[in-house]
Ligand binder design. Structure first.
Ligand SMILES: [Zn+2]
Ligand SMILES: [Zn+2]
Length: 358
């Protein structure tokens, strides 16, 4: 019996080796495998275009701290005929491509503020959506300074854009699609809300949050038919997020686990790493996971999704540390966002359907 088993296992290994050798030595077979892979990954995820749901896709749930598992701030919202991004942090464009998101209909980007981890992927976002068919200038909504971001990137990529138009032709790359249309959003005071976009059943509202010395810094609320999502942007604990996010179906809140960042700072200090200073400075302009949970409770939000997660969480133990104390005040309706998460909120219901597009 034992001998039969050994011969059987040996046969499987021999067959696998033959199959591998055949693939390794056969260009025709390699081309067929490549074709299959392209067929699988080149398609577009059309589910997010269903007008009977509000769709939220997480293309970046990290921060400026290097994290191989999370791109910087980037979240997409598909609602009816519109597709908007909340921020365009580094790595976001790659994730949108990996998630097979339809990019050609990109209507604009709402910027929470102009830190590098929120703006850095604008050139790739612009190029990918242009290649996918966007033919109008890309509208960039944001605080004063957005006009400099738009002008700076336009200047930096002027030659690149001209070469792409020259190579592929204006029928493919419409000249207007290379341009930006910056829109400065002004919010008079903390009690105000400003409607930055409204069309049909879709409304986007901006409000002030606290990210000093970054002023102003915005959060956004998006309402589509009877469904809603609120984005905190980067902020310390700020009840404005709860006020404007009142009864939102989903609250996407940033979070920095101060107890973990403090430990990182102490270790950096011991080894003489000058970035100890940064670890000491950043907790004062971000919210802790527990504070974000308090804000979600105040708002009565159905689901709290952590995003802009600091520090890096490479395993289940670190995730548990990050969430320390959260279940005491919010036992349900909490999740850690991740790159590839897609939430579908069907209209006319309270359902929040989670999809994993990793
Ligand atoms: Zn920031
Ligand atoms: Zn940030």
């Amino acid at each position: 019996m034992k001998r039969i088993w050994i011969f059987g296992a040996g046969g499987v290994v021999a067959l696998a080796l033959v199959a591998f050798a055949t693939l390794w030595l056969s260009p025709g077979l390699q081309d067929r495998v490549l074709t299959r892979m392209i067929e699988r990954f080149a398609g577009t995820n059309l589910a997010v275009l269903d007008p009977d749901a509000l769709h939220i896709v997480f293309c970046g749930t990290g921060s400026p701290l290097p994290d191989p598992d999370r791109a910087s701030a980037c979240i997409g919202v598909y609602a009816g005929d519109y597709f908007f991004l909340i921020d365009s942090g580094p790595g976001g464009a790659d994730n949108l491509t990996a998630m097979q998101m339809p990019m050609g209909g990109l209507s604009g980007v709402f910027y929470t503020h102009l830190h590098s981890d929120h703006i850095g992927d604008l050139p790739d976002i612009a190029l990918n959506s242009w290649a996918a068919g966007r033919s109008d200038p890309l509208t960039l909504y944001g605080p004063a300074g957005i006009e400099h971001v738009a002008a700076g990137y336009a200047e930096a990529f002027k030659l690149d854009n001209s070469w792409r138009i020259a190579h592929h032709g204006t029928d493919f790359f419409a000249v207007e699609g290379a341009k930006f249309n910056p829109v400065i959003v002004e919010i008079p005071d903390r009690d105000a809300t400003v409607t930055v976009f409204e069309a049909g059943d879709l409304k986007v509202t901006a409000f002030l949050v606290t990210h000093f010395p970054v002023t102003p810094a915005f959060g956004y609320r998006i309402d589509y038919k009877d469904r809603s999502v609120v984005f905190s942007g980067d902020t310390s604990r700020d009840e404005n997020v709860a006020r404007v996010g009142k009864d939102a179906d989903v609250m996407v809140h940033e979070a920095l686990a101060a107890h973990m960042v403090n430990t990182i700072g102490q270790v950096l200090g011991r080894i003489g790493d000058r970035r100890e200073k940064i670890m000491g400075d950043i907790p004062d302009y971000h919210a802790t996971p527990v504070e974000a949970a308090e804000i979600a409770n105040l708002a009565g939000a159905e689901l709290l999704v952590y995003s802009h997660i600091v520090p890096r969480l490479p395993n289940a133990l670190s995730e548990r540390m990050f969430l320390r104390g959260v279940s005491d005040i919010r036992p349900r309706g909490v999740m850690l966002g991740y790159d590839g998460l897609y939430l579908e909120l069907p209209v006319g219901s309270k359902k929040i359907v989670q999809h994993d597009l990793r």
